[in-house]
Design a protein around this ligand. Structure first.
Ligand SMILES: [Zn+2]
Length: 263
């Protein structure tokens, strides 16, 4: 049985970006874990940091529970997710406690720093987690069983980099049949949904997620889709683990999408 860990910056990022893919993998019998760098302690205009962190941890646990996944928080603060020695050791420790075969994290380029630094931390952690001499509180893997997990990147939020340019996935996952599950899981982050409802007056939280999934779907002829890229640098597994597992629920990006206009 495969074990996939979605390691993201904040509570609700995994739901927004790869919630449908996680439901698809769950239905194949995969073991699912969700980890976040922070508890979302700056995500409120009416609670204290401690209150909102407690509320959002509860929401993240409940949402993961709905998916049938485990959840763990790394314990960093919003806005202070940085690639450094101390944080890397924490991330490797969390990663070892789940022992994933596959890891999904943020796009290396995204609209916000917490997401980009999470991507760097998780990429580095996926590499050193298999090193027996890299020590954390969790026992190091033995030299025999150590294996680097396959690494995937979710689409950046809205599919855009910090210059507003589209970043295209390598492949799309058909999430039409699990769209209701993704919607329910995201709606369990009630504090964030209500915050946006107060500000925008409409259910922007769920509507925006559905609009993005529909927009990605238009690029690959699925009703709703999520996009992913695989990290293919030296030392990381190149086997298309997710693509092979999901089979016909995956469609590669058409070669003409994302290319400059011939004109
Ligand atoms: Zn986030």
């Amino acid at each position: 049985m495969n074990r996939v860990l979605a390691y993201m910056a904040h509570p609700d990022d995994a739901e927004f970006l790869v919630g449908g893919t996680l439901f698809r993998l769950k239905s194949l019998g995969w073991e699912i874990g969700i980890a976040t760098m922070t508890a979302g302690d700056c995500g409120s205009d009416r609670h204290s940091k401690e209150e909102i962190a407690r509320i959002r941890l509860g929401e993240a646990e409940a949402a993961a529970g709905f998916l049938g996944a485990g959840y763990v928080c790394t314990g960093l603060m919003d806005g202070e997710v940085f690639m450094n020695t101390e944080n890397l050791r924490l991330v490797v420790d969390r990663m070892r406690s789940f022992a994933p075969d596959v890891v999904i994290t943020h796009s290396p380029v995204d609209y916000m720093m917490d997401h980009e630094e999470t991507s760097r931390l998780v990429r580095a952690a996926a590499f050193v987690t298999a090193m027996p001499l890299y020590l954390t509180r969790q026992p190091s893997p033995s030299a025999v069983t150590a294996a680097t997990p396959a690494l995937y990147y979710a689409d950046p939020v809205e599919g855009l980099d910090h210059h507003g340019r589209r970043i295209y996935p390598d492949f799309y996952v058909d999430i039409a049949q699990v769209m209701e599950n993704k919607r329910t899981m995201l709606s369990m982050h009630r504090s964030q949904r209500e915050w946006l409802q107060r500000h925008h007056g409409i259910d922007e939280y769920l509507n925006r997620m559905a609009a993005w999934a529909q927009a990605y779907g238009r690029e690959c002829n699925f009703a709703y889709a999520e996009g992913l890229r695989q990290h293919l640098g030296h030392g990381y597994p190149h086997d298309p683990v997710i693509q092979s597992a999901l089979g016909t629920q995956v469609r590669l990006r058409r070669r003409d999408i994302g290319r400059p206009d011939p004109a």
